[in-house]
Design a protein around this ligand. Sequence first.
Ligand code: NAI
Ligand code: MG
Length: 362
Amino acid sequence: MPDANTIAVIPGDGIGKEVVPEGVRVLDAAAGAFGFELAYREFDFASADYWTRTGTMLPGDWFETLRGFDAIFFGAVGWPQVVPDHVSLWGSLLQFRRGFDQYVNLRPTRLMPGVASPLAGRSPGEVDFWVVRENTEGEYSSIGGRIFEGTERETVMQETVMTRVGVDRVLRFAFELAARRPRRKLTSATKSNGISVTMPYWDERVAAMAQQYPQVDVDQFHIDILTANFVLHPDWFDVVVASNLFGDILSDLGPACAGTIGIAPSANINPERRFPSLFEPVHGSAPDIAGRGIANPIGQIWCAAMMLDHLGHDAAGAAVLAAIEQVLARGPEQAPLTPDLGGSGTTAELGAEIAEAVAGAG
Ligand code: NAI
Ligand code: MG
């Protein structure tokens, strides 16, 4: 058996501490069923408790501590009653994303059986695509400033930064993903009719990359109509690639079209594997329901499936996704679904049910 994959486990705050153990339970079931080993180490930093104790979100040596792990399995961070949100977010998650050069943010949008979509008349299979967001540059640069503050000439400016390296590497990831999918289709989000310098450059790089992937069918939409088409024609999409700002918007809109926030996963990926990638649910720490054992663990468990894919355990990842689908499809009468899915199951009951389905799949 090859060496165990090493996983840094960081539950964080609130329901992060409730759903992460369910993710680990399912990972253990997958490892047992498919015959590989995972070695976990849990950390209590990136949490309000750690901040209260130490006055910081992370220890000074977090980078050296985490960089040798194969992946980071993350819950959620944020407890606004104790730490302001900008402090907790900038002090932890954003440090990881930047320090570990996780330049791809990846989110599936997939309508699952048994989950009601806010889009009328859509069934599972019709909504199944990935949003690939550039995660390090673009519109979210800190280049800019303010002059003549407080006067009539008050002026503010903020620049978009696109580098050839930065654009090409996220496009390459998206094209590679599209090439592996059955439909082999890639859609680029642009706005080159309005943003007349950076967005035409983005389009140019998409066209250049498309030449290297003749097997991938490429189209593009301006971001305004693209958001409309997510709602009107979600079946048109397979892999959607976007700059940081457009990707931010699309990666919330996509999962919203597929139902509850409690099941949506995301990954922050360093594709070259020079650094660990980070897998986290889309949702936050949910202070309103934390501590009651009713949080939906599926977002976290779906993250486990994405992490297994990333680590090369594809069959195990597929089995976890299939187990989620199978349990959801049974509905709240037949399966211990959590209240957000119309059931009365607990976090642990739902986690155990999915783990059991995975254990039987190997
Ligand atoms: P949230 O995602 O924590 O909660 C939004 C709503 O969705 C709440 O009503 C919550 O009960 C519900 N919800 C979320 N996850 C659920 C689950 N697994 N099962 C059932 N219901 C679920 O977002 P909110 O309230 O805006 O933020 C709360 C805290 O989380 C803040 O401190 C925020 O900064 C932080 N946050 C952290 C994120 C992260 O760690 N990546 C992402 C989003 C928010
Ligand atoms: Mg967002």
